[in-house]
Design a binder for this molecule. Structure first.
Ligand code: ADP
Ligand code: MG
Ligand code: MG
Length: 251
């Protein structure tokens, strides 16, 4: 069964139609890239999958393992395994990164009706994951994102993603504004988390990230829907030719 199936999704914001019939099927274990001109609804699609407020679904459905997500609250979607990465990490002065990560884990456990994670168990888990993803121990003691370099912020975010053990992770232009080192951090993190039962939707404007995270499938998104689908070579074609062929569809 598909992990994610989006059927004829139509949605509007403030009475303006943004999504105009999105169809997308993602099998377990696959990485799909979504590329396309700015302002055509890619972030709208991500936010709607994650369950954020402010959008009106006018038609269609989103299924996770065959079950509709549309009636589910954002926290229940997170619990079911949906993870949406933030483009702009927030700084939280006074809160150690490890404390923040523990709170995130506990929020999920509470939502699942489980007790809080044991302090020793948490320490073991976070240290193992941090090591796996190249996050230095001292970073865990520093306040969340405060004074972090671009690369460190991305490492912290990838670590959070790993600890949330998502079934379906969406990276919405996570690569925007990153230098090549930070880009590699994101790519290495995603590649380390690739597994047969986890899928990714990587939204990006540039082919650059996709030379490190090699996608299984590439889609072109324009005018509120997916207008073309291909393999990794499609990303290279877009890099070379741009989106001029598709901007008509966006109008
Ligand atoms: P993309 O991610 O492809 O750049 P977006 O999903 O951010 O596109 O935006 C698609 C369209 O929806 C744009 O025209 C944008 O102005 C509009 N839009 C998105 N979010 C909102 C919002 N919260 N309020 C009003 N308009 C919005
Ligand atoms: Mg945009
Ligand atoms: Mg966007």
């Amino acid at each position: 069964m598909a992990l994610i199936e989006i059927r004829n999704l139509h949605a509007s914001v403030d009475g303006k139609d943004i999504l105009k019939g999105v169809d997308l099927v993602i099998e377990p274990g696959k990485v799909h890239a979504l590329m396309g001109p700015n302002g055509t609804g890619k972030s709208t699609l991500s936010n709607i999958i994650a369950g954020r407020d402010g959008y009106t679904i006018t038609d269609g459905d989103i299924l996770l393992n065959g079950q509709s997500l549309l009636e589910m609250e954002p926290q229940d979607r997170a619990l079911a395994g949906i993870f949406l990465s933030f483009q702009y990490p927030v700084e939280i002065p006074g809160v150690a990164t490890s404390t923040f990560l523990k709170a995130a884990i506990n929020a999920r456990r509470r939502a699942a009706g489980e007790g809080e994670i044991d302090a020793m168990e948490f320490l073991k888990l976070v240290k193992a994951k941090a090591k796996e993803l190249g996050v230095r121990d001292d970073m865990l003691k520093r306040p969340v994102n405060v004074g972090f370099s671009g690369g460190e912020k991305k490492r912290a975010e990838v670590l959070q993603m790993a600890l949330m053990t998502p079934r379906f992770a969406i990276l919405d232009e996570t690569d925007s504004g990153l230098d090549i080192d930070a880009l590699k951090v994101v790519a290495d993190g995603v590649n380390a988390l690739r597994s047969p039962d986890r899928s990714f939707l990587v939204i990006t404007h540039y082919q650059r990230l996709l030379s490190y995270i090699v996608p299984d499938v590439v889609h072109v998104f324009a005018g509120g829907r997916i207008v073309r689908t291909g393999g990794p070579e499609l990303a290279e074609e877009l890099e070379a030719k741009g989106y001029a062929d598709y901007t008509g569809a966006a109008a």
